[in-house]
Ligand binder design. Sequence first.
Ligand code: TRP
Length: 371
Amino acid sequence: MAMKVTPWEVSGHIDYDKLIQSFGTKHISSELLKKFEKEAGELHFMLRRRIFFSHRDADWLFERYDKGEKFVLYTGRGPSGDTHIGHIVPWIFAKWLQDTFDCEMYFQLTDDEKFLHDDNLTADQTHKYAYENALDVIALGFKPGKTFLFSNFDYSKTLYRIAANVAKLTTFSTAKAVFGFENSTNIGMVFFPAMQAAPCFLPSVLKNKNVPVLIPAAIDQDPYWRITRDVADKLGYYKPAAIHSRFLPGLQGPESKMSASVPDSAIFTTDDPKAARKKIMKSFSGGAGTLEAHRKHGGNPNVDTAYQYLYNVFEESDGKIKDIHDAYKSGAMTTGEIKEMLAKKVETFLKKHQENREKARKHLDKFLLKD
Ligand code: TRP
């Protein structure tokens, strides 16, 4: 299937080098990684494994950091349903960035976007999901006092003025070229990119001085940063820097999608741990059909869901993931065994996450920006 990557649709076989080319971003080079390591003291496994593989201006950000200028983080979530494991990949990395660089984090919940985009969602539903999804962010351990979440519906008084400044400098022809808008696109969607651009400048507005911003997010969000960077100079702000991650595949295999309407396609943070285990046991396998064939020919970790989830999220140790890779590939480790490994880790994660999530309900207000 031909590759398609837009903020609203990701499908087909993803060629990440091609994306870097067509989006005009940069590979994370080994020099940049060295720089990262020097500043951070160590590299997060998502950097070592190039799960974050592309960037804009991360080198510039470190130059400023070297000169004593602190940066803040900005990321977000389109609240169209429950949170799944794919969503939290960039958030896990963002938390590491916050802890390592002691930065503030601004987190946008685009209840407006999901209402405007999805015919089946009402504004009440997306607004409600925004606050349910916010619990998942807080449950990951972001710092109170340094972490600011906001629903676009509820923070629009502040955001709208910044968005209007962005919108005034962005023509319809640019928006059409970057986002693929058509005559049938509703005008809310056409304006929306300005709302997603606004938080790139929000910290500078709130602090009344220019603040460098780093956006950790999956690469499908990059079109927003492209138009934001185009207008930054004219508005007198820094261009936002970005660091881009790959996509986690759905449970149904390498090109499958995770979707709230297909429960077996993803592990949701609200899944009962036992139910999550069952999904893992049914997930797409890179094993060789029968046990006999598997022992003889081995499995294919590149397409195996359990391996991919361990590699991308749940097994941080490079030594352990290599052992798993080699054992599975040689056939020494079976499909049942690798799934069992993942299931244990996911059950442990979900139990703790769900406890944290319930605790977060009481503290939600401490994290929210509202007008
Ligand atoms: N549009 C994003 C989505 O649908 C949500 C979002 C808003 C976001 N601001 C962001 C994602 C900044 C990453 C970074 O999920």
